[in-house]
Design a protein around this ligand. Structure first.
Ligand code: NAD
Ligand code: ZN
Ligand code: ZN
Length: 395
């Protein structure tokens, strides 16, 4: 049996690459006949992982991280009918059974059968069902026929693997944020956050035909990255009101659509912006036109032991809902149902319509260097780190 390594969450600010068990095709003590074992070809570090590594969740020490997984099938269970050993596949970060009411409605981010604690599951994530993460050499994926997206041609896929690896999460997530915010041909959009999700969202807005995409952040390197593919940017360290800054760009202080690509660790605008979890939601309501929609892929939690704010410890934030109500805003929250979009986005990548890896500055590093990747990402590097466990991307 092959050996295996995985990236373990140790405690606040600390991850470690350690030896872990080779995955079994098993669910508890029964065989997982609908699952496959993947040899991981690419697996990315995500801002969602950072929430855990910053000690802002109840993630247990020792948990193996990694929900953004692309890999080759090296073993399959008896009931996997439509995939084969040797197929190169993208695994949506959401694990979904394909059989429950929500899966049947396409709401795979809130599958009812894969997490005893609550609807919705993911690999390597706190409260998400205890599934072992894929920042590893090998990982098990259940309900393979339903979940996995096969790339039509392996050699062609390997040429664009840095784009395709983003299909497991952030490209569909950014696209979902844009779609649920109503972005379409000719839209004006404000994207809060220039991390990988915000940049992927900005690229998705471009693909959807938005007239102007404005990205706001406090991180000048990340804003520069946004400008590199045609976005307008707003440096939120400056004191001017967000609406005034938008007016300087558009001639009006409003946008058609607003997308939150920040989540609950949001900071207040202005120079020494301290953490203020409701900032993004309140500013999106302020600058989005009446009748517009807010896409909210940014993550909000039910338990935040690391918050300095007593109410925020249980996810209670000071949201000005009266403003959103008065403007008849629509809100879309929750995990992105990746499968709703991944095939279409794969086609757009394979046919050269979009280059998300360039937008997010995908940067390949060996699995062994994951701790450095986490540290640099936490410092705000304008990069999306892609781990390469078997050295297949470096080649
Ligand atoms: N819904 C989903 O399915 C899903 C999937 C993936 C990631 N996420 C979430 O998306 C969010 C972004 O992920 P990421 O990887 O880009 O994270 P990230 O931490 O790299 O990026 C967040 C960015 O927001 C900036 N920021 C902080 N306060 C801000 C403010 N008030 N206005 C604008 N920008 C501000 C930060 O400087 C940072 O650059 C995270 O909360 C992550 O958990 C959700
Ligand atoms: Zn992710
Ligand atoms: Zn289900």
């Amino acid at each position: 049996m092959a050996s295996n390594r995985g990236v373990a969450y140790i405690g606040t600010g600390k991850v470690e690459v350690r030896s872990i068990d080779y995955p079994k095709l098993a669910l508890g003590d029964r065989k997982c006949e609908h699952g496959v074992i993947l040899k991981v070809v690419a697996t990315n570090i995500c801002g969602s992982d950072q929430h855990m590594v910053r000690g802002r969740t109840t993630a247990p020490s020792g948990m193996i991280l990694g929900h953004e997984i692309t890999g080759e099938i090296i073993e399959k269970g008896r009931d996997v009918e439509f995939l084969d050993v040797g197929d190169l596949v993208s695994a949506p970060f959401n694990i979904a059974c394909g059989r429950c009411r929500n899966c049947k409605e396409g709401k795979t981010g809130i599958c009812l059968n894969v997490n005893p604690a609550r609807p919705g599951a993911a690999y390597g994530y706190v409260d998400m069902g205890g599934w072992i993460g894929g920042q590893a050499d090998y990982v098990m994926c259940p309900y393979a026929d339903f979940n996995l997206l096969k790339f039509p041609d392996k050699a062609q896929a390997m040429e664009k693997i840095q784009d395709l690896t983003l299909l497991s999460d952030i490209f569909p997530t950014g696209y979902h944020g844009a779609v649920t915010a109503g972005v379409t041909t000719g839209s004006t959009v404000y994207v809060a956050g220039a991390g990988p999700v915000g940049l992927a969202c900005a690229e998705a807005c471009r693909l959807l035909g938005a007239a102007v995409v404005i990205v706001g952040d406090m991180n000048p390197d990340r804003l520069k990255q946004a400008r590199s593919f045609g976005c307008e940017t707003i440096d939120l360290r400056e004191d001017a009101a967000l609406g005034d800054r938008i007016e300087q760009i558009l001639g009006v202080p409003e946008v058609d659509s607003g997308v939150d690509c920040v989540g609950f660790e949001a900071r207040a605008h202005g120079h020494e912006g301290q953490e203020a979890a409701a900032t993004v939601l309140n500013s999106l309501m302020t600058v989005t036109r009446a009748g517009g929609a807010l896409g909210i892929p940014g993550l909000y939690v039910t338990d935040d032991p690391g918050s300095k704010d007593e109410k925020a410890k249980s996810g209670v934030l000071g949201i000005r809902i009266g403003l959103g109500w008065a403007k008849s805003h629509t809100f879309a929250t929750g995990q992105c149902p990746v499968m709703r979009y991944h095939r279409q986005l794969m086609m757009a990548i394979l046919h050269g319509r979009t280059q998300p890896a360039k937008a997010v500055n995908a940067t390949v590093i060996p699995l062994q260097d994951a701790p450095r990747g986490y540290t640099d990402f936490d410092k705000g590097a304008a990069r999306k780190f892609v781990l390469d466990p078997h050295g297949l991307l470096a080649a």
